[in-house]
Design a protein around this ligand. Structure first.
Ligand SMILES: *Cc1c(COP(=O)(O)O)cnc(C)c1O
Length: 239
């Protein structure tokens, strides 16, 4: 059974890589410019282990409890886990134990909570280094889905960059369903370019998922977050 799953994942991985490469070529970009982040939410830790055998080293998770359990189960494999789900401030301390990267920092108060949480986790010997941060940008400003309105990104970037516990890496976005993905990703690319002026290390643009990774790559994505096309349909209700 593990062999079947390994073969299935290997084939899906080759397919997603081929899509990324083709999209890069079509956009006039070098294929090495775009990394793939497998999104393993709702799938077992054994799938992370198989993908690690296939060469993947970083994975996206969206729930604190689920990700923490997988991190414990995987033990010494110690993959780099990205938190890609929205985080309540009172969960920052827990997320700081297992996440290498948090992609969903969208307010100065949440940045503050993570700065404190990371300091406490380091003091307690629960993590080694600072937390890498992507700012989640909301293109349409709808607070329901999370994300900072674009005009507030510069102040948020300054807040993150000021903390010794946080490292600003770039921006992340989810295209709103009602928007054409091309238009959404173009707006985020513009906001990201503005941030780079003051924060030259914030080069990462996490954009694009199974459905819209081609459009994101046209507009400068450096990290595509792919669940369904790689691991299959999610049966559990974790959106
Ligand atoms: C689930 C999820 C993904 C992956 O979505 P797919 O459509 O399954 O590729 C990407 N980004 C975020 C924030 C997610 O929650």
């Amino acid at each position: 059974m593990t062999d079947d799953r390994r073969a299935e994942l290997a084939e899906a991985l080759a397919g997603v890589r081929a899509r990324i490469d083709a999209a890069c070529v079509a956009a006039g970009r070098a294929p090495g410019e775009v990394r793939l982040l497998p999104v393993t939410k709702t799938f077992p830790a054994s799938d992370i282990a198989l993908l690690a055998e296939l060469g993947m080293t970083e994975f996206g998770e969206n729930r604190d409890q689920e990700a923490r359990a997988k991190a414990e189960e995987l033990g010494a494999l110690a993959p780099r886990l990205h938190m890609i789900g929205n985080v309540q401030r009172n969960k920052a301390r827990s997320v700081a134990r297992w996440a290498s990267v948090v992609q969903t920092v969208d307010s100065p108060r949440l940045a503050e909570a993570f700065a404190k949480a990371v300091a406490a986790a380091r003091e307690a010997g629960e993590r080694d280094g600072p937390l890498e941060v992507l700012l989640q940008a909301s293109i349409d400003g709808d607070p329901a889905r999370g994300g900072s309105p674009l005009p507030e990104l510069p102040a948020l970037a300054d807040r993150v960059a000021r903390s010794e516990q946080l490292i600003l890496r770039g921006v992340m976005t989810v295209a709103p369903r009602s928007w054409e993905p091309e238009r959404a990703f173009a707006a985020v690319a513009e906001a990201a370019a503005k941030l780079l002026v003051d924060h030259p290390n914030g080069v990462e643009i996490s954009a694009g998922m199974s459905q819209d990774l081609e459009a994101a790559i046209v507009h400068g994505s450096t990290l595509v977050r792919v669940g369904t096309s790689l691991l299959g349909g999610r049966r559990l209700a974790s959106q």
